[in-house]
Structures are given as structure tokens and as C-alpha cells.
Design a protein around this ligand. Structure first.
Ligand SMILES: NC(=O)c1ccc[n+]([C@@H]2O[C@H](COP(=O)([O-])OP(=O)(O)OC[C@H]3O[C@@H](n4cnc5c(N)ncnc54)[C@H](OP(=O)(O)O)[C@@H]3O)[C@@H](O)[C@H]2O)c1
Length: 345
């Protein structure tokens, strides 16, 4: 860090997450004295604007982290596995958006609203959770604090942008040409080639032996890790839907103590400053991704008590997967560390 602020690097700057990282950092009150944008050779030379200056993308190399205090990574797991340790060894604090380090017991997996307290001055590498997990745990926290949680069962409705910039181009091509054959997968695995336009794909990432997909296992493990409770039973079905931005989650939670009315949960969410309540059934008000894309907040609605079980509730969560699900959460981690004196020497 120099007198004017942190020397920051963004790896994967030309990608869906990376571009939003630049914009989010731009509007957050974190002092930045220099910004280095990094990507592969393909995007080297592209120019992006940051706080009224133009910054040219450079090709990522082992020397990219000389004189860097803070590095954001979102260029895929293999890039993080190779380069994040190099950045740390050169003195940078790394905030990683990929799944490379999330389940490493030594690495904090952080959603600031839920568990920022585990960060310390010694923390050099922080993992940013999976996009669906982030919005889920933000909504679970007030319930956990008030009632305790026994189990969580979710079905996700995940936007195409969650599979990266190329998946969005693919979707546009499918919409304009119905004979277009998908070239890449909207699910982030290289094995299936289904169209996503006019479709719903109940597979995100590859299948595991258990029959769950890797995305589903990530949601289960990461939720337990962030809530610091291996006893919470989590189940997930992850689905890709033809929506550009914004993941939705149908959520069923079994609490540890009973709920008397639906209003009790509505009041709880209304008083919680980390979520925005959109639940007015008399006016058909509930969160929808089309109307909430590019927003920072986590929205909840469609709140119901189970008709049969006293301790079970159902609700609906929506958040922008690129912002709160990725870029914004990373910048918020950095902002928390900056505010609490955990960044820099
Ligand atoms: N999209 C989401 O909702 C989301 C949410 C959470 C986490 N993530 C994670 O964040 C990462 C990026 O996702 P994305 O959606 O932004 O993907 P994306 O749009 O495909 O962008 C990938 C970025 O990585 C760069 N890159 C790829 N290979 C590279 C290499 N060998 N060396 C240097 N740079 C390389 C690309 O640069 P070029 O332009 O040069 O190819 C591009 O900047 C992934 O690991 C993903 O799992 C994504």
C-alpha cells in the first residue's frame, strides 16, 4: 500500500465477474492507488475504464503480482490454483472467486453479513462462495439466529450468466437462430450440449457418483462451512433457466423451534437489514430476477408456513448472481478488511 491507497490486481478482468469487479470497485470507497487488469493473451490490450482512467489489460504471468497489495481472482480454478499462491508469496491478500480453495479448512469462506468476524490481519487468502450459496446464507442467517436451523432444502433457478460470458453469447445466438447448435455448455461442464433458450436444464456442472451434481454438493458443503454447522442437513437441486441475470431459490427450512404465523417470519425479514422483503400478496409483489438484475441486495418473498409441519417454512430468494453472487461479495470482503485495518502492512 502506498499513501494514496492499495495496489490492486483483478485476474479474469475481461470476464463476466471480472468486468463487474472493476465497476463495483469503482463505486466502493476503497482507496486504490493503482489497478492492474489481467487476463489471457486473448484479451490483452483491451481497455476498461476505472475512476476516470483507462486501464489496459495485460497478459497474466508469474510477474504480474510484483507490488500488488490486493488481488481478486475470477479466471477459473486452475488459474487460481497456480497463481493465487504466487500472489500471496509476493505479499498480496487474495480474494478468490473460484471453487479452488473454498473447502480448504485453512481458508476462510466468507459472506460478510454472515461470518466476516473470522477474518484477521493474518488472513492472506479468502475464498468467495458459490453464487447461489451466498444469497442463501444471507437469508438463512436471521432464521438461524432466531430459531436455529435443522435442515434446508432448495431448488435453484440459475441464470445463464452464471456460466460465464460465452454462455450469454450462446443464448443470444439461440434466440436469433433457432437452428443454432450450442457450441458450449450453459452448465459449465464440457460434456453436454443442450440448448438453454426455451429450456430448463436440471444439471449444473458435472455429476458425482451420488447422483448429485458438483454444483449441488458445493451448495451443501459451503452452506455448512459458512454457517459453521456440520449438523445442518442441506439438500439442493440446481437448475439452469433461460434468464440472463439473477438466481432464484425456492427454499424450505425446518427450524429448531415452531413458528406461530407467517407474519412472524415476515417481521423478522423486514427488520433484518441484510435482506430486502418483497412480500405483498395482495399486490402480487414478490422478487423476480428480471426486475432485480444489477441490484446489490438479496430479496426475499413468497413467505409461507408449511401447512402440515409447525417448524417448517417456505420462501423465495432472488439476487444478482454476478453482483452479490460474485463481484460485489468479493469487494465487500475487501471493504470489510479495509475498514477493520486488516489489509496492508
Ligand atoms: N458467473 C458467475 O455467476 C460466477 C459466480 C461465482 C464465481 N464464478 C467463478 O468466477 C470465475 C470466472 O467466471 P466468469 O463467469 O467471469 O467467466 P468468463 O466470463 O468466462 O471469464 C473468464 C475470465 O478468465 C480469464 N481467463 C481464462 N483463462 C485464463 C488464463 N489461462 N489466464 C488468464 N486469464 C484467463 C478470461 O480471459 P480472456 O478474456 O482472455 O479469455 C476471462 O477474463 C469462474 O471460476 C467461475 O466459476 C462465476
Amino acid at each position: 500500500m502506498d499513501q494514496r491507497g492499495y495496489r490492486v490486481a483483478i485476474v479474469g478482468a475481461s470476464g463476466e465477474v471480472g468486468r463487474n469487479m472493476i465497476e463495483t470497485l469503482d463505486r466502493y470507497p476503497i482507496p486504490v492507488s493503482s489497478l492492474r487488469l489481467l487476463a489471457s493473451k486473448r484479451s490483452a490490450g483491451k481497455v476498461y475504464s476505472f475512476r476516470n482512467s483507462n486501464v489496459v489489460i495485460e497478459e497474466l504471468t508469474e510477474n504480474s503480482f510484483d507490488d500488488i497489495d490486493l488481488a481478486f481472482f475470477s479466471a477459473g480454478g486452475s488459474v487460481s490454483l497456480k497463481y493465487a499462491p504466487i500472489a500471496v508469496s509476493k505479499g498480496a491478500v487474495v480474494i478468490d472467486n473460484t471453487s479452488a480453495f473454498r473447502m480448504d479448512p485453512e481458508i476462510p469462506l466468507v459472506v460478510p453479513e454472515v461470518n466476516a468476524h473470522i477474518l484477521s490481519k493474518e488472513t492472506r487468502l479468502i475464498a468467495n462462495p458459490n453464487c447461489s450459496t451466498i444469497q442463501l446464507v444471507v437469508a438463512l442467517k436471521p432464521l438461524r439466529d432466531r430459531y436455529g436451523i435443522e435442515s434446508v432444502n432448495v431448488s435453484t433457478y440459475q441464470a445463464i450468466s452464471g456460466a460465464g460470458a460465452k454462455a450469454l453469447y450462446e443464448y443470444d445466438a439461440e434466440l436469433t437462430d433457432e437452428n443454432h447448435l450450442p457450441q458450449i455448455l450453459p452448465t459449465r461442464s464440457d460434456e453436454i450440449y443442450y440448448k438453454i433458450a426455451h429450456n430448463v436444464i436440471p444439471q449444473i456442472d458435472v455429476f458425482m457418483e451420488s447422483g448429485y451434481t458438483k454444483e449441488e454438493i458445493k451448495m451443501i458443503n459451503e452452506t455448512q462451512k459458512i454457517l459453521n454447522d456440520d449438523g445442518i442437513k442441506v439438500n439442493a437441486t440446481c437448475v439452469r433457466v433461460p434468464v440472463r441475470y439473477g438466481h432464484s431459490i425456492s427454499t424450505t427450512v425446518k427450524l429448531k423451534s415452531p413458528v406461530s404465523t407467517r407474519m412472524e417470519i415476515i417481521d423478522l425479514f423486514e427488520q433484518c437489514e441484510d435482506v430486502v422483503l418483497r412480500d405483498d400478496i395482495s399486490h402480487q409483489t414478490y422478487p423476480m430476477p428480471l426486475y432485480l438484475q444489477h441490484r446489490d441486495e438479496v430479496f426475499v418473498g413468497r413467505i409461507r408456513k408449511d401447512l402440515f409441519e409447525e417448524q417448517v417454512i417456505h420462501f423465495w430468494i432472488v439476487a444478482d448472481n454476478i453482483l452479490k453472487g460474485a463481484a460485489l461479495n468479493s469487494v465487500q470482503i475487501a471493504y470489510y478488511m479495509h475498514q477493520n485495518g486488516l489489509l496492508g502492512d
